[in-house]
Write a protein that binds this ligand. Sequence first.
Ligand SMILES: [Zn+2]
Length: 232
Amino acid sequence: MTVKITKNIVGYRVTKADEQAKQEAPAQDNSPTPVKMNETIERPDFLLGTTYKIKPPVAEHAMYITINDILLNEDTDHESRQPYEVFINSKSMEHFQWVIALTRVISAVFRKGGDLTFLVEELRSVYDPNGGYFKKGGVFMPSLVAEIGAVIEKHLKAIGLLESEEMSETTKRILAEKRAEFESSQKAATNDDSSASEYPANATMCGKCSTKAVIVMDGCATCLSCGDSKCG
Ligand SMILES: [Zn+2]
């Protein structure tokens, strides 16, 4: 900030940090208080949405999960994208009844506002008594409900409501090196490259990220998906 001094300087003192904050504060007080997600917000005529396709082996056809978001406090510093409703469509009708019920309940929770992360945890920890299944890429899904939870988690991460635990570049590089080393040591033994999985065919399940991506090398078990490692 530049101030033109027109009078003679007869004395001076250093402005304290809190005084400066007080001077700057009134400008912010004029702006309206940001709107938080709540049930009274009316649904706008159009909402932006994202559709995720899943192909659980427990359903005959693919399922399409659409999550529509509402933009709150548009064009202000408090602009935020919040999930507003969820729809699930599929040609399969075998799960229709409870899927509709689930989407209605989830949509209602979305519209109540507040912390939504519990939804992901609750859904992801539903276990199918028939045993669950592996998705393409070797990720274990304990149930169809859990996979719907995983989609919601993915969406909340995409719109910034959940922190995504991105791996550092160094970790990624080390994992890639480990993987290359492991694969070259295995090549001689197994020469059938038909494995459709993202990870080595003989990789085992990771207790942390539920992906069949754990390899054992030099006495250490390392997960090539999340980097979790145990030695000895
Ligand atoms: Zn893992």
